[in-house]
Structure formats: C-alpha cells, structure tokens
Design a binder for this molecule. Structure first.
Ligand code: NAP
Length: 288
C-alpha cells in the first residue's frame, strides 16, 4: 500500500490563517508583531530563505525588516546590530540567518540575543528551558514537525521515535520535543553502526542529515511515519530530501514530500513564535 503523502500546503495554510487573525488582533491593540532578520553576506540559499520569511510575514500581517549586512561585517558590528534590535520596541523576534561568514563566532552572536526575542530557540537560556521542560520558544523546525504529527493525528506517546542527525538546530531539539510528547527516542548519527537495524524499529522516523536519498525502503518499518527534513540542492537539478521518496513511499504509512512540508512548517513556527513573543510583551506591558 502506498503511504499517505502528508499535505503540507493544507496544514500550513490553516495554521497561517490562525496566526494572521492573532496578528491583526494584536495590531488593533497597538502591538503589531515584528520580526527582524539579519543576514550577513551573499549566500544564495540564505537569500531565498530570508525572502520567504519576509513574504510569509507580509502575508500574515507581521511587520518585518531584513538587515542585509556585507560579508566583511565584523563581529563587533554584528553584535552592535543585535543590541540595537534588542532595544527596538517594534521588534519581538530576531533571527540571525545562518551560515554566518567564517570570521564570525556564531555562538557569541547568539549569546547577545535577548532570549525573549530569540524566535529560533538558539539562545542557551531557551535551549536550557527546553531541556528541563520549562515553557520556552519552540525550536522552529522540530516544533513544526510536532505540529505536523498532531495535525495528521499521529499519537506520539509510547511510540518509538528515531531521529537521524544530532545537530543543535534540528536533531537534538527534535529528540527533546519527542521525549516531551512521551515517545521512546533513539538518536542516530554518523558514528552509529548498522543504522538500518535501528531505523527499522521506528514508528516515527525523522531524518535531518543533509545527504540526498540516504534513507531507502530498507531503513523503514512498514507503516512508519517518515519525516524528511533534508534540503539538498545539487548545483543543477531539483531540491531533494534525505529520504528516497519513491522507494520509501511504498513501505511507509505516511511521508513528507520535499519540498513542501517541513520547510513551510518551519517558517510557520517562526511566525507563531513572533506572535507569541508580541503577546508576552503586551501582557507584561514591558517595553523591551
Ligand atoms: P548538520 O548540522 O550538518 O547535521 C547533520 C547530522 O547528520 C549530524 O549530526 C551528522 O552526524 C549526521 N550524519 C551525517 N552523515 C550521516 C550518516 N551517513 N548517517 C547518519 N547520520 C549522519 O545538519 P542540520 O543543520 O541538522 O541539517 C540537516 C538537513 O536538514 C540539511 O539538509 C538542512 O538543509 C536541512 N534543514 C532543513 C530545514 C527546513 O526547514 N526544512 C531546517 C534546518 C535544516 P555527526 O554529528 O556525527 O557529524
């Protein structure tokens, strides 16, 4: 039986309608949610992501501003920009687009973000809160994936979830969120021997590696839910995921296509985090 192809468009458009309604309500109360994106240099993929984020803000009634800084921007200049945005009352979310140029220490830049405006959930305070189960910003990609699973009525509690990849952006926070939803979680990475044996035990398989078609039908348990985070852009040719879609869809119970689901859901979580941040600022009536 062929897998359910998860319809990202439908999920994303209904969620964005909800976010838009909230953004308009906040605007009517004098607190339009605002997102600032900082991009350093000319990385072509980053330019595409930044433009999609700005467009999504525009479509949902969120104020957005993109700060395009030249490749030669110094660490000090970038941190000064972050400090300025931390103080800006119109801005409730700040996102520093990665990758940053090699001469910039990304960790030091993230440390300078106001954790209340860290809509990517990269700041150590937010990462720590996530780890100990305190309410915090939702990491965008993993948060979006949990939302997808809920929208398609996958019950996570008690299931064996396997996450392939252990990056700070996707793999680790993904494992943490699945654990929070009471899954039994296994993480695989580049040093995991016999990975197939582990992935074949997964009821829910999340793959975030960055290697086109790494996961084949042989890695997947019949009926499993397969979430493909990978975005691999060959110099020529189309964007592909980490999962060999054609073979895996014959085995899985449900599968996300690439592009179309995890990417747009990541942006949707970013929009939601920005709105939630604006709401928190309004509630506490604190000018930041
Ligand atoms: P990353 O930082 O490069 O991490 C990749 C992970 O994959 C590492 O933990 C690495 O293990 C593991 N790995 C590498 N080769 C492996 C193998 N053969 N078998 C098992 N594990 C292996 O990447 P990332 O930032 O997490 O991104 C992963 C992919 O997701 C990329 O394609 C990226 O573009 C995409 N992505 C998409 C979105 C979206 O919105 N759709 C968002 C973020 C990322 P080690 O730790 O042992 O090196």
């Amino acid at each position: 039986m062929t897998a359910q192809i998860i319809n990202g468009k439908e999920i994303v458009s209904s969620l964005r309608e909800e976010i838009k309604a909230e953004a308009y309500q906040l605007t009517a109360q004098g607190r339009q949610p605002g997102l600032a994106v900082v991009i350093v240099g000319e990385d072509p993929a980053s330019q595409i992501y930044v433009n999609s984020k700005a467009k999504a803000c525009e479509q949902t009634g969120i104020y957005s501003v993109v700060h395009r800084l030249p490749e030669k921007t110094t660490q000090k200049e970038l941190i000064a920009k972050i400090h300025q945005l931390n103080q800006d009352n119109r801005i409730h979310g700040i996102l520093v687009q990665s990758p940053l140029p090699k001469h910039i220490n990304e960790d030091e830049v993230v440390d300078e973000l106001d954790p209340a405006k860290d809509v990517d959930c990269f700041h150590p305070v937010n990462v720590g809160n996530l780890m100990i189960g305190k309410p915090s910003m939702l990491p965008c990609t993993p948060g979006g994936i949990i939302e997808i699973l809920k929208k398609i009525n996958v019950s996570i509690s008690g299931k064996h979830a396997v996450v392939v990849g252990r990056s700070n952006i996707v793999g680790k926070p993904m494992a943490m969120l699945l654990l929070r939803e009471h899954a039994t979680v296994t993480i695989c990475h580049s040093r995991t021997p016999n990975m197939e044996e582990i992935t074949r035990q997964a009821d829910i398989l999340v793959v975030a590696v960055g290697k086109a078609n790494l996961i084949t039908a042989a890695h997947v348990k019949p009926g499993a839910v397969v979430i493909d985070v990978g975005m691999n852009r060959p110099p020529e040719g189309k964007l592909t995921g980490d999962v060999d879609f054609e073979s895996v869809k014959e085995v899985a119970g449900a599968i996300t296509p690439v592009p179309g689901t995890v990417g747009p859901m990541t942006i949707t979580t970013l929009l939601r985090n920005t709105v939630e941040s604006a709401k928190r600022h309004m509630k506490t009536n604190v000018s930041v």
